[in-house]
Design a binder for this molecule. Sequence first.
Ligand code: AHR
Length: 652
Amino acid sequence: MMRTLKCVVVAGIVAWMGGMALQAQQASQPQAVAALTIDTGKVVAKVSPTLYGLMTEEINYSYDGGLYGELVQDRTFQSNRNDTENWVPVPQGTARGMVARDMGTGPSAAIPASLKMTVTQADAANAYGLRNRGWWGVPLRANTTYTGSVYAKGDAAGMTAGLKVSLIANQTGKVLASAKVAGLSADWKQYSFTMKTGTDVAASADNQIVVSVEHPGTVWLQLLSVFPPTYKNRANGNRVDLMEIMAAMHPQFLRFPGGNYLEGDHINERFDWKKTIGPLVDRAGHRSPWRYQSSDGMGLLEFLYWCEDLKMQPVLAVYAGYSLMQEHVNPGADLEPYVQDALDEIEYVTGDVSTKWGAERAKDGHPAAFALTYVEIGNEDWFDRSKSYDGRYTQFYKAIKAKYPKLQLISTADSQQNERGNEVKSVTPDMIDDHYYRRAEEFFKDAKHYDKADRKGPKIFVGEWATREGTPTPNMGAALGDAAWMTGMERNSDLIILSSYAPLLTNVNPQGMQWQSDLVGYDANSSYGSPSYYAQAMFASHIGTEVLGSDLQGAGDRMFYSVTRDAAKGVVYVKLVNASSAAQAVKISLAGAHDVKGTAKMISLGAATTAASNSISDPRRVVPVESTVKVGKEFTRTVPGYSIEVLEVAAQ
Ligand code: AHR
């Protein structure tokens, strides 16, 4: 399991030592001393308390095969019969039978097909089974209870046969845990069961799930599901390690459900939220624009639980009538049903139980309404060549504001792309979502992007940003680009109210990844943070409440910084980013401070090369290190090459 950032910091000291030796050489030849003057008497802006959050969508098997705890791949048997990956017959010994998708026999309107297993010969020692290899592995641990369920029915013989579900080691064929489902009837019924592994099971994903029959007969199956223990033990919940990794970033909000995933390639492949709520058997799943099927197990309420569990506020993106293959809905009467869908969605999130959709949410298990401040209308609508966004945004804006005047409505025709003619002109959006996918060098050059930006217009949401260097997860060079960019966002966080890196998650299995640089990587068994992840966690854990006046002289163009203060704690956070290979000495003056504590906590992230990175097999090569340094009203800090430092100076 991934531990908290603090534990990782300690664990990383050893890994860091090698890099330190090299950096000590660099540090011995510092450049001319630069001067950072901090005016502790001058607050130039308030820091947005919601500056750092998460952006998420179904990409890179982020939910299915990622955060969403389900261990079974294709639990609704949608893969075709030739698929050798998901459901493969595994008859033992003399067992005989056949399997086929049986159209029109499913347990619900949403899931109209089922899997028919016709077993002609089987007994306890010769079971006829089907195996599932999970999401590139089935992670099992010792002494752990796995929770399962399945919809099943049988013919007369099948009812007698019943089912067995087993967790089996691939290499040895050993059954590590199993459960029997007895007493099937002729009608669909959901059966629940648990399977507990013994104390001798080694943690491994080299396992499979087998559903089998030990008696001749015909059974029909649907929605075979197996979950490990989940974060906060939520039913239909999330992977513990990934939730812990995200928690250590102290995210203040979650932007969902996309991204492209909100829009879909086609209108009928959008995130159609009403089809993602209620019992799983009523969720058909849908095609994601990232070229695979989404189970919709991660539905609207699950996103909200995710927010609740990590104490994040939702930033709800509503479908706005544009899909990626240049399909759009004309503003006016054609768009009305989509506007109504958005109003219903907001009511599902925020309405009390006396409202239609608030009552529906209560029926789904959450009577209390969720707080909602931000609603994003669409995603990257500058791509819409029909130029219909102004009309579409305006129609949504007016309808939402009429019912929910306090909601802040975000436009997705970003301030960079407006020359393409999709800017919103008919109303003034409360906020604009800007996206930046860059090389480190571009972020270095543009770190002052918002310094002179107009403060009178809409607030800014940097809803997607990332330095795209390193794969599957960004390297140290990318972390430097990100950190340089974050110094600019912090300095301007009176304007930039929200920001979120993208994409957040990737399954590092080659078949699991569609986007080549992602913040956090994982396979079935374990997970890790990239250097960019740690840079962000460092910044977001030391955010402060106000930006102090400051000035840096003599540092060249590879040094970036931000100075904030937590007014209540009396702590000044000095963030220094040295993107050059050479050490840089910085004389830091806390002008106006009358009492500065002599030692400060320092958190550093660095490496000998920009290519240095973490990976699934070497997850802690580049991790933050915590130490203390001597400080005062004036002190000199030599920042090693390729490093990011956060100093926590107690100063009054
Ligand atoms: O983050 C990956 C994709 O990049 C998002 O889905 C989309 O909004 C952007 O183009």
